[in-house]
Design a protein. Structure first.
Length: 481
């Protein structure tokens, strides 16, 4: 890595070599050659044997990865056209085939089909990483499905839930993201062999007006490139509407990760739940005691970038005048790789964090005890009525003590003493021990949180994981920094 020029942090710090390689020049240019070979093979197979010979095809096959990048760069500088520079360079390696390389095609034949092939592979890597997060969270939810914890609405204490139930909410959102990924993968088709403005005019000439063969050429070329079908109609490019859907699917992952990361940062502040903290990790250069949630903070920052990229794709799509304009080129070179690199960086962090999150049960208990006396007042009220007390009278007494206890907590910084106050009131028919027992079983305040967690995992999550088990591969979630 050069220390003298700017380095893209997504490459130098946050992402895997495998994802970086997918968007490398080597992958792009070798895939261009695979596209040219597929086109020539299809043309040969459909009868153009007098133009495209078997000897030419063998020559092309032997030189797919034999690229002189310097020669291609020199030629591009001369003619200001990257595709034609590589047509020229490929031709120097395949002198017999030089005249038929790119026959009948437009630049977007190789550019679009290559983009689609790489995007499909990259999206499958993202899909796998997302499933790893779901798997980690499912294990966490199973472990903590019955652990009562204080719920929050408006970031104010609310009815208790369980730690497991809370984390099912993130899984549910990730499964929605998975559906969007799968929908995108279903929508990805080859751009195919469509010609300069999508009319296939040059190929119709090559095949002497044989429309059936031109259609077969389009389909056969797509199959050679790994696609089941092609877009039925295109302009010069495949529709940039698909790029919008790509960005939206990946941005959805960013939003889910952002939500999770911010929640974890808030829980970390409460000392309730934290991301892993390594033995030699430093939280602050000045405050040696700190355990900053740096992974979750990094996730938040990366997600913020990813969530804001779709607007670029919308602007690019909506400004493709008629069959195509070139203002899509430069921005797509940056934004499409960035979308995938950002998504991978985020999911790598997500896997890392969820592999070993820490839960502090005593802190959870402390927060519950600070708030449950207030939440248990209705239960105390009903129990007092069963003892023969007047509901209205008990309601007024409990309200007065609740307000007084709340004032002590907020204005004096003291512990919640509501149960002591109620026990000391002669009108309340319960001792302190009896009142404490009423809130001792935290699970009675969590409703069906545990059962909902069990049902969600059994009926939704585990079937998804089982259906994808053969395709799932462990990913390296080790952080470089």
């Amino acid at each position: 890595m050069s220390r003298d020029i700017y380095q893209e942090p997504l490459v130098s710090r946050y992402t895997s070599l495998e994802m970086q390689q997918l968007f490398s020049e080597k992958t792009r240019f070798t895939t261009w050659r695979k596209c040219w070979l597929a086109l020539a093979e299809a043309q040969h197979e459909l009868g153009l044997t007098d133009i495209v010979t078997g000897e030419m095809l063998n020559e092309m096959r032997a030189n797919i990865e034999n690229i002189d990048y310097e020669l291609a760069a020199q030629k591009e500088k001369e003619i200001r056209h990257d595709v034609m520079a590589h047509v020229f360079e490929f031709g120097t390696k395949c002198p017999k085939a030089a005249g038929i390389i790119h026959l009948g095609a437009t630049s977007q034949f190789v550019v679009c089909n290559t983009d689609l092939m790489i995007q499909k592979l990259a999206m499958k890597r993202i899909r796998n990483a997302l499933l790893q997060v779901v798997k980690n969270l499912a294990t966490f939810c199973e472990t903590h499905k019955g652990l009562a914890t204080l719920g929050f609405t408006h970031y104010q204490p609310a009815q208790p839930t369980t730690v497991g139930k809370r984390n099912t909410l993130y899984i549910q959102d990730l499964l929605i993201d998975l559906e969007y990924i799968d929908k995108f993968l279903q929508q990805v088709k080859a751009r195919g062999v469509k010609g300069t403005v999508g009319t296939q005019a040059t190929f119709l000439e090559l095949f002497k007006g044989d429309h059936k063969k031109v259609r077969l050429l389009d389909q056969r070329d797509a199959e050679k490139l790994g696609f089941a079908e092609t877009f039925k109609v295109t302009g010069q490019t495949y529709t940039r509407k698909l790029d919008m859907k790509l960005a939206e699917a990946l941005a959805g992952i960013g939003a889910t990760a952002h939500k999770f990361a911010v929640d974890l940062r808030l829980l970390s502040n409460l000392k309730v739940q934290e991301e892993p903290f390594e033995k030699n990790q430093t939280g602050s250069s000045a405050m040696a005691y700190k355990r900053n949630p740096m992974r979750a903070e990094r996730m938040t920052g990366l997600a913020r970038k990813l969530m804001n990229l779709p607007q670029n794709f919308a602007a690019t799509y909506s400004n493709q005048w008629f069959e195509r304009t070139l203002d899509d080129s430069a921005i797509r070179r940056m934004d499409i790789p960035q979308c995938f690199l950002l998504a991978e960086a985020i999911l790598k962090l997500f896997v890392n964090i969820t592999s070993n999150m820490v839960v502090f049960t005593e802190q959870i208990k402390k927060h519950l005890l600070a708030e449950l006396p207030f939440m248990a007042t209705e239960k105390i009220l009903m129990a007092a009525v069963e003892k023969g007390k007047s509901r209205q009278e008990m309601h007024e007494i409990i309200k007065e003590h609740s307000l007084a206890a709340g004032k002590v907590v907020k204005e004096e910084g003291q512990e919640n003493d509501l149960l002591f106050r109620l026990a000391a009131d002669e009108h309340i028919p319960f001792s302190f021990e009896e009142l404490t027992a009423m809130i001792g079983d935290y699970g009675q305040f969590t409703g069906r949180a545990k059962e909902q967690t069990e049902e969600f995992l059994a009926e939704v999550v585990y079937p998804v994981l089982e259906a994808n088990a053969q395709d799932m591969q462990d990913i390296d979630s080790t952080l470089s920094v």
